[in-house]
Design a protein around this ligand. Structure first.
Ligand SMILES: [Zn+2]
Ligand SMILES: [Zn+2]
Length: 339
């Protein structure tokens, strides 16, 4: 039996790089992907907390943000062929729930998820359903392609928020997702981006990647700073953190007619808000978790977005635990591992 290196979740916050059997194609609709690069996500860190902030079954290979090459195809692999370079939408819809049968597969109630409910991409190889694949256009680097999944999540949020170039946007969070939001907003021509960031390193990075105003979230005084610099309240707020304190703050600060995008999520967070504010200011609130892979790949292929810039650390798969430690200590903004 052929074996491969893979990062396996052992429970209790332990991720172990070990030799396991190379997976084999079981259905004609599947393909075998040789993983070329994978990105560590903030939610991987949640799964490795003790107790875990996100449940992961013991024994699965982690990793849901990855890029690779098809090296073997089932007989009915949806037009994909050996040699295709692909990214994978890790959320596999059940196909039968209300959301799935009403055109909203992205918010399926019972999806399976590579790297979270079944084996994922922190490995040399993975068997993937061809329905989840997207061909990567020429000219996109492996490091950028490995980040297509978080970008697809962000594009899902952007599609709902519909930010316009002359708007003033306040973004909470300058971690791996917040920084990517800054770059996407800038690529879409939005000039007025203010970011609430925590820690000197994140503050510097937010500035470097194109935020017009960066506010130290530990110092506060957000609205005063915005009024002084912009002379107005934010037209839209993006919460890429999901802490319970942010939503009420956004409701209070936002301009009349403003929109709030709830993106970062933390299932145990709770907020206390005044419902009347929504009526008085006609605030619109939208949550987002579906992924828009075509929008992400089109932005990357047009060369409008350089995601390589976001990568702070590049490591072999065998050193994935070092990468996770670097993200935990906020020294790393984006870690790519190579199986
Ligand atoms: Zn992720
Ligand atoms: Zn479903």
């Amino acid at each position: 039996m052929k074996t491969m290196r893979a990062a396996v979740f052992k429970g209790n916050g332990i991720l172990s790089v070990e030799d396991i059997p190379v997976p084999v194609i079981k259905y004609p609709t599947q393909v075998l992907v040789k993983i070329k690069a994978a990105s560590i996500c903030g939610s991987d860190l949640h799964g490795l907390m003790v107790p875990p902030a996100q449940y992961l079954p013991v024994g699965i290979v982690m990793g849901h943000e990855f890029f690779g090459e098809i090296i073997e195809c089932g007989e009915n692999a949806g037009g994909f062929v050996t040699g295709d370079l692909v990214v994978v939408n890790p959320a596999i819809p059940c196909g039968t729930c209300f959301a799935c049968t009403h055109g909203h597969k992205g918010i399926c109630d019972h999806n399976t998820h590579y790297g979270q409910t079944c084996d994922g991409g922190f490995a040399e190889y993975l068997v993937v359903e061809s329905s989840q694949l997207y061909k990567v256009p020429d000219g996109i680097t492996a490091d950028a392609a490995a980040q297509t999944e978080p970008l697809a999540c962000i594009m899902g949020g952007i599609t709902k928020l519909q930010p316009k170039p002359d708007e003033h946007i306040l973004l909470y969070g300058a971690g791996p997702i917040g920084l990517m939001y800054i770059k996407v907003l800038a690529a879409l021509g939005i000039r007025h981006i203010a970011v609430c960031a925590k820690g000197e390193r994140r503050i510097q990075e937010a500035r470097h990647f194109g935020a017009e105003i960066v506010i130290d979230s530990q110092k506060g005084g957000i609205l005063e700073i915005l009024m002084k610099r912009w002379g107005q309240k934010p037209d839209a707020v993006i919460d890429a953190v999901g802490a319970g304190t942010i939503f009420p703050e956004a409701v209070e600060m936002i301009n009349s007619g403003g929109r709030i995008l709830l993106f970062g999520f933390n299932k145990s967070a709770r907020s206390k808000i005044a419902p009347a504010d929504f009526c008085v200011k006609e605030i619109q609130v939208v949550g987002s978790r579906s992924k828009d892979f075509p929008a992400a790949l089109s932005l990357l292929s047009e060369g409008r977005l350089d995601l390589d810039e976001l990568v702070s650390h590049r490591l072999p798969l065998s050193e994935i635990n070092e990468g996770i430690a670097l993200m935990r200590s906020r020294e790393a903004s984006r870690v790519i591992v190579y199986p």
